[in-house]
Design a protein around this ligand. Structure first.
Ligand SMILES: [Zn+2]
Length: 438
């Protein structure tokens, strides 16, 4: 296999917490060495000029809805993977709320086979927690584990039965799988379309209280304590939720959490004008909640940024707010938004990259997130100065439901390698092509 030298970029190592000028040498599918600029014996390797670019471990998105099988009109594995690569993600984990639900080895196998055909990003499957995601009986977790799932979750359907959640934590821990939870008490959230508060009152929309999320997290932390099971809280959205996760971690419980870019950047005020692209579950909250999420991302209480990429057809969003589908797309806007957190001084670049790589990789047990010699050469090259404007119609995703339409972004993945293969390339045409090392 051929050798490739990524030359002269700023190499970000999230494990060492370092960003420094350096070279990365790839042989075939693997990284073989990293070193100071010009120090690696590259021999006859081809050279990719990475000057001016950030060289990151391929990004990992642990929470994506790829919609296939069953909802191919919203997204397919093929289009979802293309969107992921355009956004700089080389590994993603897809949720089980397909049709049929991924609650059996057969569906898991189907998804992984389709992903292999799509070629590009590495796709990992998350199995349903309960049969049909009905919240009644446990799904075939052991069988799905053998087929390759990396976590279990009824994401989108909060598990209201505490005894079922207890059994899920017990059973999943036998297979060392995390249980990913969408924390929202359905009774408290019933009739709600946005965050409960003055904005909802003014707009005449039903509210979902912060407590709907917090009571469920408190319950499941208690169950994690009893069972020793690994609990991962998806899309944390409130200050109180952050406090509960922080407390659980301080106690030494195996509890982790993620936050989405939209919850890190938008408040309930985005719902003004009834923009249905501001409708999601959990809902956008308040300024204080956003501040708490950002602080938690910086101090490690929140382990990962995850997009919760949820493509919908225009018809499902182009309706009254109350009736619109929940969720927004996120794969193609997450990276520049994340970089903005660094620009705003919320956290430093290596820490941010950790939340997009080692953080989620550790939770799911994925062999991803580092540029260490010997690992698969999944690399995301980012032009931090590239300016562009979000235009949903230009997305690779079939979903157009972004709340960031028209936002001016700075920073973009311009080249993406998976297993040493250049699978996405949007470097300017004037950039020197691959050339042989002298
Ligand atoms: Zn989701």
């Amino acid at each position: 296999m051929s050798r490739l030298l990524l030359s002269g970029g700023t190499v970000v190592d999230p494990l060492a917490g370092r960003a420094a000028a350096g070279d990365v040498l790839i042989d075939g599918e693997r990284i073989v060495a990293t070193g100071a600029p010009g120090t690696l014996a590259a021999g006859d390797a081809e050279v990719l000029d990475a000057r001016g670019l950030l060289v990151l471990p391929g990004l990992v998105d642990m929470h994506v809805h790829l919609r296939e099988p069953g909802f191919e009109y919203k997204e397919t594995i093929q289009t979802g993977v293309a969107a992921a690569l355009a956004g700089g993600f080389t590994s993603l984990a897809c949720m089980a709320n397909t049709e049929p639900v991924n609650d059996s080895a057969a569906v898991t196998q189907y998804i992984l086979d389709r992903a292999r055909i799509a070629q590009g990003a590495r796709v990992y499957a998350i199995g349903a927690l309960s049969q049909g995601m009905k919240g009644e009986r446990l799904a075939e977790i052991g069988e799905m584990r053998r087929a390759g799932i990396v976590a279990v979750s009824d994401d989108g359907r909060p598990v209201m039965d505490a005894a079922l959640m207890r059994r899920a934590l017990e059973y999943a821990s036998m297979f060392r799988l995390p249980v990913i939870v969408h924390e929202e008490d359905r009774h408290l959230a019933e009739g709600g379309a946005m965050n409960e508060g003055v904005t909802a009152l003014r707009l005449g929309l039903g509210g979902i209280p912060a407590a709907a999320e917090e009571v469920m997290i408190a319950r499941d932390v208690a169950l994690a304590r009893v069972t020793g099971g690994r609990l991962h809280v998806a899309h944390v959205s409130t200050r109180g939720a952050v406090a509960l996760v922080r407390q659980a971690k301080a106690e030494g419980l195996p509890v982790t959490a993620e936050a989405t870019p939209h919850h890190l950047f938008l408040t309930e005020e985005a719902v003004e004008g009834y923009g249905t692209n501001a409708k999601m579950a959990p809902p956008l909250r308040t300024r204080e909640d956003v501040a708490a999420l950002r602080a938690a991302l910086a101090d490690g209480t929140i382990d990962a940024i995850a997009t919760d990429h949820a493509p919908h057809h225009t018809d499902e969003k182009d309706v009254e707010f109350d009736h619109a589908a929940n969720g927004v797309v996120g794969l193609e806007t997450a990276l520049p938004l994340a970089l903005r957190l660094v620009a705003e001084g919320v956290l430093d670049l290596p820490t941010l990259v950790a939340r997009l790589t080692t953080g989620p990789a550790r939770i799911l047990g994925l062999p991803a997130g580092t540029l260490a010699p010997g690992v698969a050469a999944d690399v995301t090259l980012v032009d931090p100065e590239r300016r562009w404007r979000v235009e949903a119609r230009a997305f690779r995703s079939k979903g157009r439901n972004t709340p960031f339409e028209g936002w001016d972004m700075m920073g973009r993945a311009v080249a993406v390698l998976v297993g040493g293969r250049l699978v996405h390339d949007e470097r300017p045409a004037t950039a020197p092509a691959l050339r042989s090392a002298s």
